[in-house]
Design a protein around this ligand. Structure first.
Ligand code: VNL
Length: 392
């Protein structure tokens, strides 16, 4: 009797301990590797996305499918070799389920092969060159693409008495996209691009290109510069008297960035631009988002913050669907998600893994109802825009 009871007890104990260890493997933290430029020239992008990720977690908790979510934040200084090394460590040592962030295009492109080799979903929250999502089948994007937001401003310009333009872009991936898609749409609409100017990504000096613009004297100057460069550009634009030259400034919303608009001052007023997010977007979802973000951070969210916030949404919902499993299952659960973002309605296109979203035409104005601050005020919208960079 005693032996039998003893054996039974032992068997139960063994089973329990086996189950417990399996359970432990399934209940350890789910790790998200967040790689952002927290220092250097693109640090504002890192600061915005980090704040948005923290806001998402404060609002939605740190538990998904019964497991704790742990975000590991690392600074890559926007240096591609650093991004790649950090991603490798996160995948191999920390065993992260997802890598996310990616402030500028070269950092996303450098890391793409690692995502493919390790079957780790890579969520691009910032970088915006069209081709990024084609660099790995494991890449999903929650930011935007330059072709997606550029076509609208080219079209607006041609339909608003602008016949001759000069383009000015940062000399790398997203700049090439902006230059190309501005030119093709503007020409299609009967406009003419008189000159195509570029400034280096690192430490640009706008004086020589602005002198060129003065010499060529187009109806308008179209500008794309990455987030963080807009205020310096605006300062030189005004210093050289271009704001009073009759040459109209038009841009993508990267230039009239919510992060820097206040710093730009009156020179920005009247600049018409196109983009997917404005802190002044008048939806209830956005008002709630902006209020919570500002209360937590004492600064205004920009389009980078929204890319980070929506990236967390996509990751959380996918983890819920897979009950915490990673790899291809997690990737598949990210595809096809449809939701209301602070920017408006969005879809993660299951075929391209890129985001489909509304693009707005906006004008910089002082808004008395919003503390008399400078905002990109939306006055037109193109619904559900797919990345034209992937259409033939
Ligand atoms: C990129 C595109 C970066 C748009 C940006 O800001 C931006 C990029 C840092 O793809 O590198 O506004």
């Amino acid at each position: 009797m005693i032996t039998k009871r003893h054996a039974l007890k032992l068997a139960v104990a063994l089973l329990t301990s086996a189950a417990a260890s399996a359970y432990a493997a399934d209940t350890g933290p789910i790790k998200i590797g967040l790689i952002l430029p927290m220092t250097g020239q693109s640090a504002s992008t890192g600061r915005q996305i980090d704040a948005a990720v923290k806001l998402w977690m404060a609002q939605n908790g740190n538990k998904v499918a019964g497991r704790t979510v742990e975000v590991i934040l690392k600074d890559d200084g926007a240096v591609p070799d650093a991004t790649k090394r950090i991603a490798q460590e996160m995948i191999v040592n920390d065993k992260v389920a997802v890598i996310a962030g990616f402030g500028i295009t070269p950092t996303a492109l450098a890391t793409a092969p690692l995502a493919t080799q390790s079957k780790t979903p890579l969520v691009v929250m910032a970088a915006a060159t069209s081709s990024i999502t084609q660099a790995s089948p494991y890449i999903v994007r929650t930011s935007f693409t330059l072709p997606q937001v550029t076509v609208a401003i080219a079209d607006w310009a041609a339909k608003n008495k602008i016949k001759k333009a000069v383009t000015l872009v940062a000399d790398y991936g997203p700049g090439f996209d902006a230059e190309k898609f501005f030119d093709s749409q503007f020409r299609l609409d009967g406009g003419q691009v008189l000159d195509k100017l570029r400034t280096p990504l690192r430490a640009p000096d706008f004086a020589p290109v602005l002198q060129k613009v003065i010499d060529v004297k187009p109806d308008a100057l179209f500008v794309f510069l990455p987030s963080g460069q807009g205020a310096a550009f605006m300062k030189q634009f005004a210093e050289r008297g271009l704001d009073k030259s009759g040459i109209r400034l038009i841009a993508t919303g990267d230039v009239t960035d919510d992060d820097q608009l206040a710093e730009m001052g009156d020179v920005a007023i009247g600049v018409v631009n196109s983009h997917h997010y404005s802190a002044a977007h008048p939806s209830a979802t956005n008002k709630k988002f902006v209020a919570a973000f500002e209360a937590a951070n004492k600064f205004r969210p920009n389009f980078m913050a929204v890319g980070g916030y929506d990236g967390m949404r996509v990751i959380y919902k996918a983890l819920e669907a897979t009950k915490g499993a990673g790899g291809e299952a997690l990737l598949n659960a990210m595809k096809g998600q449809v939701f209301e973002s602070p920017r408006g309605p969005v879809l993660i296109d299951a075929q391209t893994r890129d985001i489909v979203q509304d693009v707005y035409i906006r004008k910089v104005e002082r808004v008395p109802a919003m503390n008399n601050g400078l905002y990109n005020v939306e006055f037109d919208v193109i619904k559900a825009v797919k990345d034209p960079g992937k259409q033939k």
